[in-house]
Design a protein around this ligand. Structure first.
Ligand SMILES: [Zn+2]
Length: 66
């Protein structure tokens, strides 16, 4: 049996300095006015949710709802 516990939701890897992000809530593609950086707050143009970008050790960016 295969148990490696990777049932975490897969997110598109977003890199620092990206100029767009995909909303974790509604999967809408949103362009950004400025390159993404750690701690930056972004707002989805579609659902209106705001998220805070956090850089993970892997270099990926995780969005946390604010
Ligand atoms: Zn959204």
């Amino acid at each position: 049996m295969h148990m490696d516990g990777d049932d975490e939701e897969e997110q598109e890897p977003v890199k620092l300095g990206a100029t767009e992000f995909v909303c974790p809530g509604c999967n809408a593609y949103n362009p950004l006015d400025e390159p993404l950086k750690n701690g930056m707050e972004v707002q989805c143009n579609y659902c209106g949710n705001t998220y805070k970008a956090k850089i993970m050790e892997s270099g990926r960016i995780k969005f946390r709802e604010t």
